[in-house]
Design a protein. Structure first.
Length: 356
């Protein structure tokens, strides 16, 4: 049985399959004429997945008091917690059964019973290896908002820093990004009015505290229009900003997509995946008009830490445009505004859910 490059999101596994230089049809996802990898006990992928599966323990071998919430079938863990597969859980089972054939294989209990990660319920391990210690993301948020704001110990920075180094990204000199402002008239704003606000006018944002200037940019005109929350018949100025040098940032969105096959501590990565997803969601979450500025405190704290490491900003997914991304630049002088266009918004499409 063959799997193929299209079965995977994980770039490390994709590279392993491509390096084999075998082409054919996939028995798992039904792709045709693609790079394939034969499965079985001699498969090149066995070494990769052996290390990953070592993280998991069958339910029967876990302590009686192990939390039910951490238990699930292996295929569900691999599909919904990691960014490894482009497959359904049922297809992942098919893949695993082909990779580990034979009912007497030592991996058989992992493929049949629910499994868990022992360290997720080990307080001493979490204290040393989780970015929130043996606490939780919600506890960190509560503490920094209402208990201890400037000397918070809710984040284990020594654990977080190596993971941040894995998701660094460089915007090359000459890269163009975009920023929008709703204008009072069809004349729009001049170039010198499109940059980051001066510190006396800088309000609290997801990456900056009040009084600290930060330049928020988007990857496209469409994304920046969504982020500006323009209304029908608004006039909007959209500026193009050019990087005047190479600019290194951290891509927060990729933390929860770090490959377990990069050679990092897989168990440590596994116990942090849910925290990384929360962090990515918190950073991208749009503020509603009645939300409190206190809701920005957790991400402001983390952004100050990222800034202290020497990074120029951080990238995050746009919650307003699902295919877009934004970047918060701590040092606005690293980009210059080179052009401004004015747009007249003609119509909007509203989508809504009935709540009651």
């Amino acid at each position: 049985m063959n799997c193929c490059v299209n079965c995977f999101k994980d770039r490390e596994i994709q590279a392993v399959i491509k390096n084999m230089q075998l082409q054919g049809n996939c028995d798992i996802c039904a792709s045709k004429a693609v790079y394939i990898q034969p499965l079985g006990s001699e498969s090149t992928l066995r070494d990769n997945f052996d290390v990953l599966l070592d993280v998991y323990t069958p339910e029967d071998n876990l302590p009686e008091e192990y939390p039910e919430i951490f238990l699930d079938h292996l295929e569900n863990h691999l599909c919904y917690e990691w960014s490894i597969f482009n497959l359904t859980p049922e297809q992942v089972v098919q893949f695993l059964m082909a990779l580990y054939p034979g009912s007497d294989d030592s991996r058989a209990p992992l493929l049949v019973h629910k499994v868990g990660i022992l360290e997720k319920d080990d307080e001493s391990y979490l204290q040393e290896n989780s970015i929130v210690g043996n606490s939780s993301w919600d506890a960190f948020v509560e503490a920094i908002k209402f208990q201890n704001r400037f000397f918070s110990y809710g984040i284990n920075n020594s654990v977080l820093q190596p993971f941040l180094n894995l998701v660094k990204k460089t915007y090359k000199k000459g890269t163009i990004l975009y920023r929008a402002r709703i204008a009072p008239s069809a004349n729009g704003f001049a170039i010198d009015k499109m940059g980051a606000p001066p510190r006396d006018k800088a309000t609290s944002g997801r990456a900056n505290s009040e009084g600290i200037s930060c330049l928020y940019l988007s990857d496209s005109e469409e994304t920046t229009l969504h982020e500006a929350r323009v209304g029908e018949y608004d006039f909007v100025s959209i500026a193009q900003f050019e990087a005047i040098e190479d600019v290194e940032v951290v891509n927060i969105a990729l933390l929860s997509e770090i490959s377990p096959f990069w050679g990092s501590d897989i168990t440590q990565l596994a116990v942090n995946l849910s925290n990384f997803k929360r962090l990515g969601n918190e950073v991208a979450k749009p503020m509603r008009r009645h939300d409190s500025p206190l809701d920005y405190l957790p991400t402001q704290y983390l952004c100050d830490y990222i800034k202290s490491l020497g990074h120029a900003g951080f990238e995050y997914r746009s919650a307003m445009n699902k295919d877009g991304s934004n970047v918060a630049i701590f040092y606005p002088e690293k980009f210059r505004c080179i052009h401004v266009s004015v747009f007249d918004i003609q119509s909007l499409e509203y989508k809504y859910d009935k709540l009651s």
